[in-house]
Design a protein around this ligand. Sequence first.
Ligand SMILES: *[C@@H]1O[C@H](CO)[C@@H](O)[C@H](O)[C@H]1NC(C)=O
Ligand SMILES: *[C@@H]1O[C@H](CO)[C@@H](O)[C@H](O)[C@H]1NC(C)=O
Length: 185
Amino acid sequence: MASQILLLTTLLAITCSLVVAFEPSPLQDFYVANATSLVLRVNGLPCLESKLATAEHFFFSGLHIPRNTSNPVGGKVTPVNVAQIPGLNTLGISLARIDYAPMGVIQPHTHPRATEILTVLKGKLSVGFVTSSPENKLISKVLKKGDVFVFPVGLDHHQQNLGSETAIALSSLSSQNPEVYIISN
Ligand SMILES: *[C@@H]1O[C@H](CO)[C@@H](O)[C@H](O)[C@H]1NC(C)=O
Ligand SMILES: *[C@@H]1O[C@H](CO)[C@@H](O)[C@H](O)[C@H]1NC(C)=O
């Protein structure tokens, strides 16, 4: 009995010290991604030595430019994630511009690593997501310019332009690399 109590106490002590040691926040200001650098890798891509970082590592230009939506679904996503801005490495955030042709869609898909918060900049969108089983409930809404909607991490979601003109949205995502799984066209 005494040895069992000792074992339990020891296990508890180990567990508690692990919990205390866990640090979820970044422990440096940034870790600029650099594929050719072998200096350091921290929960993401290989990193540049921080003294070599410049403004260009934290910069992207051209998100105001309308994108070509002449494709079978009539929707075009322009991602701005760690692939475009290496300074996003380890920071847990990214964004995307989305262009929609009249009646164009972004077909049902999920982001396994990110919650998405979408802002309509122009037009009228029908948006929605499906909750996980057993409910599998569709939660949807029609959005107009200035409206904001959230797609919780991992859930199947979609958008459709209901207007007769092009629509534009800006999405923020809680991962440097949200990843996309298309569920259906
Ligand atoms: C990546 O790192 C290498 C070696 O440190 C450096 O020469 C190169 O300019 C870096 N690339 C970028 C895009 O910063
Ligand atoms: C848009 O994309 C389509 C299909 O790829 C192409 O035929 C068309 O020329 C493009 N339009 C512009 C303005 O780039």
